[in-house]
Design a protein around this ligand. Structure first.
Ligand SMILES: [Zn+2]
Length: 104
């Protein structure tokens, strides 16, 4: 009996995310989003004005390439993205960010 070894779906997914975030297409989307929405939209909800430096997927893309590139997107500052972004993803996909700003 040979057993079919299942590939590690989770690490494959993480690798896919890393690839997506490094594409020129994502860089263009990110720059366009930050240029058209330069303020953190979550801070604005609290009547705080903060410069946005990150782009959050308003809908969890779960590795769906079409959704990843089509959005909708939300401009956020780093602290908002780190806290609220992970809260929203709690129980779903938790994306952690390395010191270089890319998901690990
Ligand atoms: Zn913020």
């Amino acid at each position: 009996m040979t057993s079919v070894s299942k590939s590690d779906a989770r690490s494959e997914e993480a690798a896919l995310y890393r690839r997506l975030y490094k594409t020129a297409q994502w860089q263009r989307i990110r720059q366009h989003q930050l240029a058209t929405h330069p303020l953190c939209q979550w801070c604005i909800e609290r009547e705080v004005v903060t410069e946005a430096t990150e782009v959050h997927h308003a809908e969890a893309h779960r590795g769906d390439v079409e959704l990843f590139f089509s959005g909708p997107f939300i401009s956020t500052c780093k602290p908002c993205h780190a806290s609220r972004g992970q809260l929203e993803d709690n129980g779903k996909t938790v994306v952690r960010y390395g010191p270089d700003g890319w998901p690990i």
